[in-house]
Design a protein around this ligand. Structure first.
Ligand code: SF4
Length: 239
C-alpha cells in the first residue's frame, strides 16, 4: 500500500539513515522519483549512495552554461566511475538565454536582485521544471546548517513551487559527517573545495570563503543572506 502522505513519509524517514531513506524513497516512487545533483559534496555523497542502494534512479544536472570547468570534469568522472547509473543533463532554452543576454547583458546578475533571479529562472528554474515533469518526487542534497533559509528543513517536504514531494536525505547531517563519508568511501569531489569553495554553483556567482565566514557567504555575496535562494529550493512554509 502506498504511503505517499508527506507527513507519514517524513515520520518514517526520521527513523532512517540517509542510505535507507534513499531506499525507502525508491521503493515508494520507483521511476517516479529523480535526484538533482549540482555536483557539490553532498550531491556526490548521495550519488555514491544511489549507486549502492537504488541505481535505477535518474540523476540529473542542470547545466546552466556558466559552471566552472571543474564541474564538467567531475561530471565526466562520475559517468566513468558509475557507468551503471542513469545520468541526465538538462539545458536552458537557447532562445530564452539569447534574449536575456542580448537585452540585459552577459553578467546581468551583478546589476540587480531582479536580474539575478531572472537569470536563475532562465538558466535553472525552467530546465528544472522540465526535469521534474514526469516525476512525483525528487531528491536533493540540502542540509539544515547550509543557510539561514534552510534551518527548519525536513527529511521529506511538500515542494509547493513544483507540486512534488521532496526528499532531503542529508537534512540533519553536518559538513563533517559529509566529509567523513567522502573520505571513508573514496568519493570524488570538485577540487575547488580544497581552495575554500564550500557551495559551488555558477562560476560568476560563486567564490571561495575565508575561515570563519558563513557557509553560504560564497554564493551571491553581494546580496542579503535571506534572499540567497535561486528559486530551486523555495519553500514558503519553511521560515
Ligand atoms: Fe545566472 Fe548566477 Fe543564477 Fe547561475 S547562479 S543561473 S549565472 S544568476
Amino acid at each position: 500500500m502506498s504511503i505517499r502522505d508527506v507527513s507519514q513519509l517524513n515520520n518514517l524517514a526520521h527513523s532512517l539513515d540517509p542510505l535507507n531513506m534513499i531506499k525507502m524513497a525508491y521503493d515508494e516512487f520507483g521511476a517516479k522519483i529523480n535526484f538533482a545533483t549540482s555536483l557539490g559534496e553532498e550531491d556526490q555523497v548521495i550519488t555514491d549512495m544511489v549507486a549502492k542502494i537504488a541505481p535505477a534512479i535518474e540523476i540529473f544536472t542542470l547545466d546552466t552554461g556558466r559552471l566552472y570547468p571543474e564541474a564538467y570534469t567531475l561530471m565526466a568522472k562520475n559517468k566513468a566511475k558509475y557507468a551503471h547509473l542513469n545520468f541526465k543533463t538538462y539545458y536552458p532554452d537557447n532562445q530564452a538565454v539569447e534574449q536575456m543576454v542580448n537585452t540585459r547583458g552577459i553578467n546581468l546578475f551583478y546589476e540587480s536582485i531582479e536580474n539575478r533571479k531572472f537569470c536563475c529562472r532562465v538558466r535553472k528554474v525552467e530546465p528544472l521544471q522540465r526535469a521534474l515533469k514526469n516525476v512525483d518526487a525528487w531528491m536533493v542534497g540540502l542540509r539544515r546548517d547550509q543557510a539561514p533559509t534552510r534551518g527548519k528543513l525536513e527529511a521529506v517536504e511538500w515542494d509547493e513551487s513544483n507540486n512534488k514531494i521532496k526528499f532531503n536525505p542529508l537534512y540533519n547531517w553536518s559538513l563533517d559527517q559529509v566529509r567523513d563519508y567522502i573520505k571513508i568511501n573514496n568519493v570524488d569531489i570538485n577540487p575547488l573545495h580544497a581552495l575554500g569553495f564550500i557551495s559551488i554553483g555558477c562560476a560568476p556567482c560563486t567564490r571561495a570563503i575565508k575561515p570563519g565566514e558563513d557557509i553560504r557567504a560564497g554564493r551571491w555575496w553581494w546580496e542579503n543572506p535571506n534572499q540567497k535562494e535561486c528559486g530551486l529550493h523555495n519553500n514558503p512554509k519553511r521560515p
